[in-house]
Design a protein around this ligand. Structure first.
Ligand code: HPA
Length: 276
């Protein structure tokens, strides 16, 4: 019987974690945050201690989508130590779902407990209009791929029930309600992109029980559970999904709308992180 080859990404995780630990010393981030389109300015809101470029590390992606930089920002919100990943890699860039495997593995290695993901999404929920926020309680993977393709070992059979942490979702809802920020729950459908969906695809997703749709986040949720991190995810609704309104969908539109909702997201995240 042939011996399974070791998962080569483990070496990259080890290397990158060592490089980071040499730089951050005793600092142990409790929460890691990966921001979606137009939201990475949140790092200006935290008490920053250090910024490290992805290019200094092993196995980190080179983000190419506008608005995503490619750096880790370490700092604090209140007394909560956090690390922000500015820049994520999407499946549609190279047709590979595993590009965030090393970064998420490194987050676990450097001591993070929780991964908080944000994204821009189209809404299929008539009550969630552009500019509103949605808390993800479940996901539908419409892409046919997994970031765990090729991974060896039983750990790859990840349990996806309650993958988005139910208890932390309650905490986020409680912070939203205290700050008077409307927050609906929803199921997020992951589509490959980069093209937006057709109206017929959106009707299909609605039939399947999805409330919003986007091109990211699900790979990182799967990876977080694989590596043993808790995970939660928030969407900024930037548009009604294709065919549900007259607005014309574009990347520029996504950015503009995400920026409009940015202050609300920032307030919610700050309040949640301070008290976590
Ligand atoms: N579809 C997919 N991704 C998106 C959308 C959408 O309507 N809006 C923002 N990101």
């Amino acid at each position: 019987m042939t011996k399974p080859s070791p998962n080569s990404f483990e070496k990259e995780i080890k290397n990158s974690s060592r490089i980071l630990k040499e730089k951050i010393g005793e600092f142990t981030p409790k929460v890691a945050i990966i921001f979606g389109s137009g939201l990475s300015n949140f790092s200006d809101e935290i008490d920053q201690s250090q910024t490290i470029q992805y290019s200094e590390l092993d196995g980190f992606p080179e983000p190419v989508v506008g608005g995503h930089r490619g750096e880790l920002v370490f700092g604090s919100v209140g007394t909560t130590p956090v690390v922000i990943l500015r820049g994520r890699s999407h499946f549609y860039e190279h047709g590979e779902a595993h590009n965030m495997r090393v970064p998420v593995g490194v987050l676990k290695q450097i001591g993070c407990e929780l991964l908080l993901l944000t994204n821009a999404a189209g809404s299929m929920d008539p009550d969630s209009s552009p500019g509103s926020l949605m808390l993800l309680e479940d996901t539908i993977n419409m892409t046919g791929v997994s970031p765990l393709f090729g991974v060896v070992g039983d750990q790859r059979f990840v349990n996806m029930t309650n993958a988005l942490d139910p208890e932390i979702n309650l905490l986020i809802e409680s912070e939203a309600s205290k700050a008077d920020i409307p927050l609906r729950r929803g199921v997020y459908a992951w589509m490959t992109g980069p093209q937006f969906e057709t109206p017929a695809e959106i009707r299909m997703l609605m039939t399947l029980g999805a409330n919003c749709v986007g091109m990211s986040t699900v790979p990182e949720i799967i990876l977080a559970r694989y590596f043993g991190l808790k995970v939660v995810a928030l969407s900024i609704v930037t548009n009604q999904a294709a065919g549900l309104s007259d607005e014309s969908l574009s990347h520029t539109h996504t950015f503009e709308q995400a920026a409009l909702a940015g202050p609300r997201m920032t307030k919610l995240l700050k309040n949640f992180l301070k008290n976590y």
